[in-house]
Design a protein around this ligand. Structure first.
Ligand code: FPP
Length: 232
C-alpha cells in the first residue's frame, strides 16, 4: 500500500449496540471488541503503521454504571497481561496515556510493568488512551506550563512550546482518525492533536471492525489530498 499513515487513531465505538443486537449484556461487546483491537494491531504492524492509538476509556466513561466500569478495567488488565509475549515478538511498544491518577493501583502497576518491558521495541507504538479527554489534556498541560515557566516565558509561549506539556509530547499527531459505528463526532478526544487529521467514519460496529475494515480506512486515507490550509 502506498501513502501509509504514520499514526492511525481509532475511536472504538458500538460495543454496546453490537451486544444489544444479539440480546446480550453490553460487556459481551467489549469482550468481542478486544478481538478487534488484536486484529487492527496486527494489520497496523503488517502494513507499516508506526503509531496506532486507541480511545479505550474517556474521562466521561467513569459515569457509566459501576459494574460496567469495573468489568471494563478488569478486561483491559487481563488483555494487557495476555498480549505481552505477542507484543514482544512483534516489536510493539505499549504506552498508556491519560489521567492515570484515577486508575487503580493494581491496574497502574500492570501498565507500568508492560510499558517498561516493551520500552525498547521499535517496530510500532501502540497507545491506549485510558481515562483521557482532550480538554483534560489541554488543562493539565496549561497548569504544568504555568508551574514550570516564568510569567514572561509563559506569555511568549508558542504552540510548539505548549505541545511539550501535552501527554502526547513526542508522539506525532494522528494522520488518520477512524470512528466506528456510524457516529460522526470527536467526543472530547485528541482536540489539539487532530487539528489537521483526516477523518474516516465507518458504519461498522467496533466488534465487527477487523483487518479488512481497517485496510479499507487506510485506502480511503491514501486517496485524500492533505493541504494543511495551503493552496497546492
Ligand atoms: C465503545 O462502545 C467502547 C468502549 C467505551 C470501550 C472500548 C474498550 C475495549 C474494546 C477494550 C479495549 C482493550 C484494550 C486492551 C485496549 P460503547 O460501549 O460506547 O458502545 P455503544 O455506543 O454501542 O453503547
Amino acid at each position: 500500500m502506498n501513502n501509509v499513515p504514520q499514526h492511525v487513531s481509532i475511536i472504538m465505538d458500538g460495543n454496546g449496540r453490537w451486544a444489544k443486537a444479539r440480546g446480550k449484556e453490553r460487556i459481551y461487546g467489549h469482550f468481542e471488541g478486544v478481538e478487534s483491537v488484536r486484529a487492527c494491531t496486527e494489520a497496523a504492524v503488517e502494513d507499516g503503521v508506526k503509531y496506532l492509538s486507541l480511545y479505550a476509556f474517556s474521562e466521561e466513561n467513569w459515569n457509566r454504571p459501576k459494574e460496567e466500569v469495573s468489568t471494563l478495567m478488569e478486561l483491559m488488565m487481563e488483555s494487557i497481561r495476555k498480549e505481552l509475549s505477542t507484543m514482544m515478538d512483534n516489536g510493539v511498544r505499549f504506552v498508556v496515556l491519560g489521567n492515570r491518577a484515577r486508575l487503580s493501583d493494581k491496574l497502574n502497576a500492570a501498565i507500568d510493568g508492560m510499558m517498561e518491558q516493551t520500552a525498547s521495541n521499535d517496530r510500532m507504538t501502540l497507545i491506549v488512551f485510558l481515562s483521557y479527554s482532550g480538554k483534560w489534556d489541554i488543562m493539565q498541560a496549561m497548569k504544568k506550563a504555568a508551574a514550570t515557566l516564568s510569567p514572561e516565558e509563559f506569555q511568549n509561549m508558542e504552540a510548539a512550546d505548549f505541545e511539550r506539556y501535552l501527554v502526547t509530547a513526542g508522539i506525532p499527531d494522528p494522520d488518520l482518525l477512524i470512528r466506528t459505528s456510524g457516529e460522526e463526532r470527536i467526543s472530547n478526544y485528541l482536540l489539539w492533536q487532530s487539528a489537521y487529521t483526516e477523518f474516516v467514519f465507518s458504519p461498522v460496529l467496533w466488534p465487527d471492525f477487523r483487518k479488512d475494515e481497517f485496510r479499507a480506512a487506510l485506502r480511503e486515507y491514501s486517496s485524500r489530498d492533505r493541504r494543511y490550509g495551503k493552496v497546492k
